[in-house]
Design a protein around this ligand. Structure first.
Ligand code: CA
Length: 234
């Protein structure tokens, strides 16, 4: 920067700079420092100020045909910002980041996980929140978000803080997935015909609602069969 400035170069070449020259150099340096600081502040402001205002809470209700069974099944909610999360369907196994698939040829970290911003899984007696981005270098941390009561219920329902999801777009895409634990195969989700990425999203501003019914897929076990769902941002 200094060398590219022709005036500054000339002064640097003076063997004995006069006090006036020194004063000029100091002033130039001060202006450069000041401008750099302002540019730095602008850069910070850009990354910290979202272009949209997300609501504070996310509420999810999912109704199933049969009672939830967290011994035989796992239940997933996968989020992404403004793009559909991609899901591995049969014959590919549904495995989480950090798990070892029995089909090593499937490129989960290249094909699927880059489209998952973060996800929630109900397994055993807990809801876990798992934060991306997901890389093959390290298994992600699974944080216990809530305890599953285990009482007979056909509904998954909870409210969570939007800040936890850290949305970076005005649309929050999601998919709900049920997986048979033994086979690790997806049995139901929101995508039409279990073949394409979920087109479902909710706007992240307050008072947004997305809801739908999922009655087209025939699922062998009723506890795996999603019937209808609703997502509310408040
Ligand atoms: Ca269904």
């Amino acid at each position: 920067m200094k060398i590219q400035n022709p005036n500054f170069k000339i002064q640097r070449n003076d063997k004995i700079p006069s006090p006036n020259h020194l004063s000029f150099v100091i002033r130039i340096l001060f202006v450069i420092c000041h401008l750099s600081f302002v540019i730095f502040l602008c850069g910070c402001a850009k990354t910290e100020t979202p272009l949209f205002s997300a609501g504070k809470h996310l509420t999810i209700d999912i109704n199933f045909k049969g009672n939830i069974d967290t011994t035989l099944n796992k239940y997933y909610i996968i989020f992404n910002n403004n793009a559909a999360p991609k899901i591995p369907f049969m014959p590919e196994e549904f495995v989480e980041p950090g798990e070892t698939p029995s089909q090593p040829d499937v490129d989960y970290y290249g094909k699927y996980y880059p489209t998952w911003k973060n996800y929630i899984v109900l397994d055993g007696n807990s809801f876990y929140f798992v934060k991306g981005p997901f890389t093959s270098e390290a298994a992600p941390t699974k944080e216990v978000m809530a305890v599953w009561s285990g009482a007979e219920s056909r509904k998954i329902a909870f409210t969570m803080d939007m800040a936890k999801l850290a949305p970076t777009a005005d649309r929050l895409n999601f998919d709900f997935i049920t997986v048979d634990k033994a086979s690790k195969i997806v049995k139901d989700n929101l995508s039409p015909l279990n073949s394409s990425p979920s087109p479902y999203y909710v706007f992240t501003i307050s008072d947004s609602i997305a809801e739908g019914r999922d009655e087209t897929t025939a699922v062998s076990r009723e506890s795996l069969d999603i019937l209808d769902w609703r997502v509310i941002i408040q």
